[in-house]
Design a protein around this ligand. Sequence first.
Ligand code: 6GU
Length: 262
Amino acid sequence: MKIDIVSVFPEFFDVLRLSLLGKAQDKGLISIAAHDLRDWTHDVHHCVDDTPVGGGAGMVMKPEVWGECLDDLLRADAGRPTLIFPNPSAPLFTQSDATELSGADHLIFGCGRYEGYDARIPEHYRACGIDVREYSIGDYVLNGGEVAAAAMLEAITRLIPGFMGNPESIVEESYTGRNALLEHRQYTKPAQWRGLDVPTILLSGDHGKVDRYRRDEAMRRTDRIRPDLIGRLVCSELDKADLALLGSLGWDLSGEHPTRIE
Ligand code: 6GU
């Protein structure tokens, strides 16, 4: 997978050399290039923004500079590129978006700063028939798209076959698959630490019991912290023990999805 990132702070992405992302680049699984948007300006001040039309606070990134930059990056493309613009006012980026995009062959992240970018930029490339996505990474405000792009990039690339040392760790983790729950808590040795015990059932060696304990724990945690995820489970895909537990936690399981009993 080829990844281009456009930003006025391209050095921000030096961190992507570290850890598994660095290894994936060394292995040739992905190639990442961070570009300085100001390289596509023609004025002495390398200006990339201007005041918002219609008034208001802050600055908006100019379409002409982005247009020249993205045209160049798209011209170099042989496959099907996907353009991604981090945007706090866009739909939430989810694990299923990450899964879908992990099959792409070229991603281009366009990181806006200040109050954002001219809305005609994504509109133009969409009209050209390019796959253009705008995503937020959560309900909070960042100074620019850089942190959001790094988060999405990490979520996407770790799903590329061969990226992870142990591919099984992807199968079991939170938010994966149709019946997504928060993951159960994890423990390692020693069995006792500062007066706190590992749950004894995990030491039993009985895999069936351990699996059930973990599943119950995952459902209880999800019920408490993210009941919206319980509401998205599919009742017909739950086993007897799942249904009994959710029933005891106050869920009605007679429909397609669980609903809270008031
Ligand atoms: Cl994608 N950008 C910015 N600036 N803030 C955010 C965000 C994106 N997602 C959540 N907050």
